[in-house]
Design a protein around this ligand. Structure first.
Ligand SMILES: [Zn+2]
Length: 211
């Protein structure tokens, strides 16, 4: 006997009897030939912002890294355990993805935590606080802006964090090099979980626009 969640088992049964059968050929090819996704997506852990759902992708299409507030820390080769950097390295050097998308979303709890608990002296075990401190310069900038209400601060930091992560992607030499060679493109996006709108970062305009 196990107490495996029945809702997950029901979902699995539906998948096995429907989508897995429909996509059976695709799964077999992927199993035999391996994966070759062209896009790496960095998304938040938030249960409402799953990139496979938002972009309606099929198995094998996108390689996904999810963490709190879809962040890329700057490269830091210090011998610690960097799960995001490890997955990033695999996607870039082994899979040779052609696109990297950092996708943020509205009502992000990680961003809200950064705004309500700005950095100070953190306990080493405050993992969320320490993680969100990656954004400290952006958080301070947003909090210092006059005339921004809480919702506007939230949106401003959600979007600033995406741009910051794109900047941090370029601290990885392989990414910087592949981008310069035209083999890799970096993108930013923001998804509104309430309206379903997608906004994408226009690097020429320096702002998010609806595609
Ligand atoms: Zn989030």
């Amino acid at each position: 006997m196990t107490n495996f969640p029945s809702s997950l088992l029901a979902g699995y049964t539906a998948f096995r009897n429907d989508r897995f059968i429909q996509e059976n050929r695709r799964y077999k090819v992927l199993a035999e030939k391996g994966q070759a996704p062209e896009t790496l997506v960095i998304a938040c852990c938030d249960s409402r912002a799953a990139p496979e759902t938002i972009f309606n992708t099929r198995p094998g299409e996108i390689f996904v890294i999810r963490n709190v507030a879809n962040m890329i820390p700057p490269r830091k080769p210090d011998g610690e355990h960097h799960s995001t950097s490890a997955a990033l390295e695999f996607a870039v050097t082994a899979l040779k993805v052609k696109h990297i998308l950092v996708i943020g979303h509205g009502r992000c709890g990680g961003i809200a935590a950064a705004l309500t608990s700005p950095s100070g002296s953190r306990e080493p075990g405050d993992f969320i606080g320490n993680w969100m401190d990656l954004l400290t310069p952006s958080t301070q900038k947003v909090l210092a802006e006059p005339n921004l209400g809480p919702a506007e601060q939230q949106l401003a930091l959600e979007r600033a964090s995406i741009i910051r992560s794109i900047d941090n992607l370029r601290t990885f030499p392989d990414i910087k090099q592949r981008e310069a060679q035209g083999k890799l493109q970096l993108h930013g996006g923001w998804f509104d979980i309430s309206s379903g709108e997608l906004w994408v970062y226009d690097s020429d305009l320096g702002e998010f626009v609806q595609p």
